[in-house]
Design a protein around this ligand. Structure first.
Ligand code: SAM
Ligand code: DTB
Ligand code: SF4
Length: 347
């Protein structure tokens, strides 16, 4: 089985049209061919600059245009960010993702964020940032600072995008993704489900992601967190099985990528999350807060992982045991050793 980026819209549509069990079965099969089963990559998010964003993304509590009661704050001090990264590492996270409510960063802010990245990298954590649109030279500056991943979501289909955001174009997003890719930074790019989009929009989003010149190394699938005061506060609830379908299709189309069960876990049962892992999700945000909204607390996630015998995936450079977990035998379906990594309280 090859990794392809020439998927047709018809092929993606056919996946979505499969009976649910066939789709999840196929996704789990692909998962075991290409990924280490029973391991999940653990990222922690921190909002390093909150609110007062000039963009009008209809889902977002941080837009200056909506009254969501959110308190905005300036860019955090480097020392405070590093302290939070260290705490996240001590709690078991291997990647630290710094999010800022910018349309695009100003040169002075980019320099400060670059300094944060270098210091977090020095903790031997993987670094990730999400700062809005970047030019090619800004992307290179972040790469030089040691940035491993840049998160920049397409969010939905090109067609539906203009119903959700009017202050920038889909093409702007694609241009930033290109700048990031060409700077040699891993791309983290996915979308949101539950914004009132049609079935075709979900198909089109996954088709766009899976036909980029390279698949994003990380694909976050967010369930809309409905925040009071945003235009999508009263969006219709999503059928949970449709969310699982999205994860399963992403897994099949982008077999080498980490698929992240991203925002929305706070509203999901443990059983639904387990179904998402079954369908090929192998990354989560860990810690009680996403950027501005809640996430399951760390103890709850540790318990869930123990119940499912899921291990935290170590950062790529940290352990020989991880290589065992990703060995050809493991990829062909042998169960990964559960001892490859554990949360600190299990040692
Ligand atoms: N301002 C930057 C940008 O938009 O690229 C970075 C931060 S922005 C908050 C990062 C991503 O968070 C968005 O692209 C969107 O996919 C996701 N997001 C924001 N609000 C959300 C919500 N209420 N529910 C689910 N995902 C959300
Ligand atoms: C992503 O895809 N989801 C994260 C991260 N990338 C930056 C953000 C989720 C935000 C949920 C709403 C909030 O907490 O503000
Ligand atoms: Fe601003 Fe990003 Fe929120 Fe859009 S998603 S309003 S760009 S912080």
């Amino acid at each position: 089985m090859n990794v392809r980026n020439d998927w047709t819209l018809e092929e993606v549509t056919e996946l979505f049209d499969l009976p649910f069990m066939d789709l999840v079965f196929q996704a789990q099969h692909v998962h075991r061919l290409f990924q280490a089963p029973n391991t999940v990559q653990i990222s922690t998010l921190l909002s390093i600059k909150t609110g007062a964003c000039p963009e009008d993304c209809a889902y977002c509590p941080q837009s200056v245009r909506f009254d969501t009661g959110l308190e905005s704050s300036e860019l955090m001090e480097i020392e405070s960010v590093v302290a939070r990264a260290r705490a996240a590492k001590d709690a078991g996270a291997t990647r630290f993702c710094m999010g800022a409510a910018y349309r695009s960063p100003k040169p002075k802010d980019l320099r400060l964020v670059a300094a944060m990245i270098s210091e977090v990298k020095a903790l031997r954590m993987e670094t990730c940032a999400t700062l809005g649109m970047l030019s090619a030279s800004q992307a290179r500056e972040l790469k030089e600072a040691g940035l491993d991943f840049y998160n920049h979501n397409l969010d939905t289909s090109a067609r539906y995008y203009e119903k959700i955001i009017t202050t920038r174009l889909y093409q702007d997003r694609l241009d930033t993704l290109q700048a990031v890719r060409e700077a040699g930074i891993n791309v983290c790019c996915g979308g949101i489900v539950g914004m009132g989009e049609e079935h075709e929009d979900r198909v089109a989003l996954l088709h766009t992601l899976a036909t980029l010149p390279e698949h994003p190394q990380s694909v976050p699938i967010n369930q809309l967190v409905r925040v009071a005061g945003t235009p999508l506060a009263d969006a219709a609830a999503l059928d949970p099985f449709d969310f699982v379908r999205m994860i399963a299709a992403a897994r099949i189309l982008m077999p080498l990528s980490h698929v992240r069960l991203s925002a929305g876990r706070g509203q999901m049962s443990d059983e639904l999350q387990a179904l998402c892992f079954m369908a090929g999700a192998n990354s989560i945000f860990y810690g009680e807060k996403l950027l501005t909204t809640g996430n399951p607390d760390a103890e709850h996630d540790q318990r869930l992982f123990r119940r499912l015998k899921i291990a935290a995936e170590p950062s790529p450079d940290s352990s020989a045991a991880f290589q065992a977990a990703t060995s050809p035998a493991a990829r062909l379906g042998a169960t990964a050793p559960l001892s490859v990594a554990s949360f600190p309280d299990e040692r």
